[in-house]
Design a protein around this ligand. Structure first.
Ligand SMILES: Cc1cc2nc3c(=O)[nH]c(=O)nc-3n(C[C@H](O)[C@H](O)[C@H](O)COP(=O)(O)O)c2cc1C
Length: 415
C-alpha cells in the first residue's frame, strides 16, 4: 500500500505588512504534514516575492488570473482558478487584509485568489491582520460577520504592539496557531455523521443572578465546552439549538442560539425546547443559588458588613431527568474531589443517561472552566465508563459524542 495522500492547503497571501509571516505559516503547515501551494495577490507581491513561496513549497506559485499563454488550447494554466482550488483540502487566506475580507464577503472575483475562492467548496479559513482602527471599523466587522455566518473560520488576530506603532487587536495570529487551526478544521471535517435527523439541545456558559440593577452573582464558565459540543453535533449532521448564558464567545455558525441571563430564564428556554429534542446536553454552569431579594435600586456602599441571603434556584437537570421520557440526557458535574463517586451519585440522583464529571480547582491543574482544555470521565447509566484525557475541548466533544451515540442509536431503534 502506498502512503496516504498528503492533505493540501491552498494559501492565499494578501497585501499587508504581515505578508512576510506567510512564509513561516508555510513551514508550520509543512511541519504538520500538509502540502502547501501559494497564491499571492498583486499587493502581496509588493511585500514578499513569489520566489520565496516557490522555494518553500516546491510548487508553482500562482499570481495571475490571466497568465501569459493561457489562451493556448493545450495550456494547463487556462483554468487554474478552477483546478487549483479543486485540488485543495483547505483554503487559508493569511494574512487576510481588510480589502480581501471585503472582497470575500461580497464575492468579488477580480484576481486569482478571489476567483479561486468562488470556485472552491471546502473549508475556508481567514487569518486577518491589519491596523487596529481598520479592524474595528464597522465595515470590516460587518464583513467578518458575513463570513462567519457563511461558516468561514475566522482565526482571530492577536492583541499587541503593531507595525504601525499602535496597540490593540489586529496583529496576525501566531503562524503555528494558524497551522494548528487548519489541522483542527480538517480533522473536525472527518468522522461519522451519526446524528443526522436528530435534534440536539445544548446549554452553555454561566448564568447571572442579579443582586441589584448593576450587580450580579455568576461564575467563570466561558461557554467553550458547550460551543465545542454544538460544533461537533453540527458536524455529525444534527440540528443544533443552544441556550446560552452571557458569554463573550460567538456560538458556532449553523446553530440556532438563544441568549438568556438567569437560571430561571434558562430553565424556561430549555423546557420549551425539550419536546422537540432527541438529545439534551446541559453543559452550562447554572447558578445553584440566587439572591432571595433583588434590590430595585443600587445598594449603597456603607462601612457595615452586608449579608445577601441566597435561595436555591430550580434544579433544571433534575427536572429534565423527570420529564425527559426516552430522550437522552447528558449532565455535567464539576468536582473538586472524588470525581467518580460524586459523578455516579449525581448521575443517579438527577436521572441522567450520561454524566461528564470533570475536575475543577487544584485537581484540574489549569483545565476545565474558562480554559481551552478539559478532562474527566464520561459515566453512563448503563455502566459506561469512558476516560476523557486532558485535551482541547473540540477533541473532548468528539469523545463525548462517540460515547453517547450508541445510546441514541438504541433509542432510535426502539421508536
Ligand atoms: C506599508 C503598507 C502596509 C499595509 N498593511 C496592511 C495590513 O496590515 N492590513 C491591511 O488590511 N491592509 C494593509 N495595507 C493596505 C493594503 O495593502 C491595501 O488595502 C491593498 O489593496 C490590499 O490588497 P489585497 O486585497 O491584495 O490584500 C497596507 C498598505 C501599505 C502601503
Amino acid at each position: 500500500m502506498g502512503k496516504p495522500a498528503q492533505p493540501r492547503v491552498l494559501l492565499g497571501v494578501g497585501g499587508g505588512i504581515a505578508a512576510y509571516k506567510a512564509a513561516e505559516i508555510v513551514r508550520r503547515l509543512q511541519d504538520r504534514g500538509f502540502r502547501v501551494q501559494a497564491t499571492l495577490t498583486a499587493a502581496a507581491q509588493r511585500f514578499i516575492t513569489p520566489l520565496t513561496f516557490a522555494a518553500l513549497t516546491q510548487d508553482k506559485v500562482v499570481t495571475e488570473l490571466f497568465e501569459p499563454g493561457a489562451a493556448q488550447p493545450d495550456s494547463a494554466s487556462a483554468i487554474e482558478h478552477i483546478e487549483v482550488p479543486l485540488r485543495a483540502d483547505a483554503f487559508l487566506v493569511a494574512p487576510a487584509t481588510a480589502d480581501l475580507l471585503a472582497k470575500l464577503a461580497h464575492g468579488l472575483a477580480d484576481d486569482f485568489l478571489t476567483t479561486a475562492h468562488l470556485a472552491y467548496q471546502g473549508p475556508l479559513l481567514v487569518a486577518p491582520a491589519m491596523n487596529v482602527n481598520m479592524w474595528n471599523h464597522p465595515a470590516t466587522q460587518a464583513n467578518l460577520a458575513v463570513l462567519r455566518g457563511r461558516g468561514v473560520h475566522v482565526i482571530e488576530p492577536d492583541e499587541g504592539a503593531m507595525a504601525c506603532g499602535m496597540y490593540g487587536p489586529g496583529r496576525l495570529a501566531e503562524p503555528d496557531a494558524i497551522a494548528a487551526e487548519v489541522e483542527r478544521v480538517l480533522e473536525a471535517g472527518r468522522g461519522p455523521r451519526d446524528l443526522e435527523g436528530l435534534s440536539v439541545l445544548i446549554t452553555a456558559g454561566p448564568t447571572r443572578e442579579p443582586v441589584d440593577p448593576v450587580r450580579y452573582i455568576s461564575n467563570r464558565s466561558s461557554g467553550r465546552m458547550g460551543f465545542a459540543l454544538a460544533a461537533e453535533a453540527l458536524r455529525r449532521g444534527a440540528r443544533v439549538r443552544i441556550v446560552r448564558g452571557p458569554v463573550a464567545l460567538e456560538p458556532p455558525a449553523g446553530a440556532e442560539a438563544v441568549a438568556v441571563e438567569t437560571a430561571a430564564e434558562m430553565r424556561q428556554a430549555v423546557l420549551e425546547r425539550l419536546p422537540s429534542s432527541d438529545l439534551i446536553i446541559m453543559a452550562a454552569a447554572v447558578a445553584d443559588y440566587r439572591p432571595r431579594q433583588v434590590a430595585d435600586r443600587k445598594i449603597k456602599k456603607s462601612d457595615a458588613a452586608l449579608a445577601i441571603e441566597l435561595e436555591p434556584t430550580q434544579d433544571i437537570l433534575a427536572e429534565l431527568g423527570r420529564l425527559k421520557g426516552d430522550r437522552v440526557l447528558v449532565g455535567f458535574a464539576a468536582e473538586t474531589n472524588d470525581l467518580e463517586a460524586h459523578g455516579l451519585d449525581k448521575l443517579r440522583r438527577k436521572g441522567c443517561d450520561f454524566l461528564v464529571a470533570n475536575p475543577v480547582g487544584d485537581a484540574a491543574a489549569g483545565a476545565g472552566m474558562d480554559s481551552e482544555e478539559n478532562q474527566g470521565l464520561l459515566l453512563g447509566a448503563a455502566g459506561e465508563r469512558i476516560e476523557l484525557p486532558r485535551e482541547g475541548k473540540a477533541a473532548m466533544a468528539r469523545r463525548i459524542f462517540d460515547g453517547v451515540a450508541p445510546a441514541l442509536a438504541r433509542r432510535k431503534a426502539h421508536v
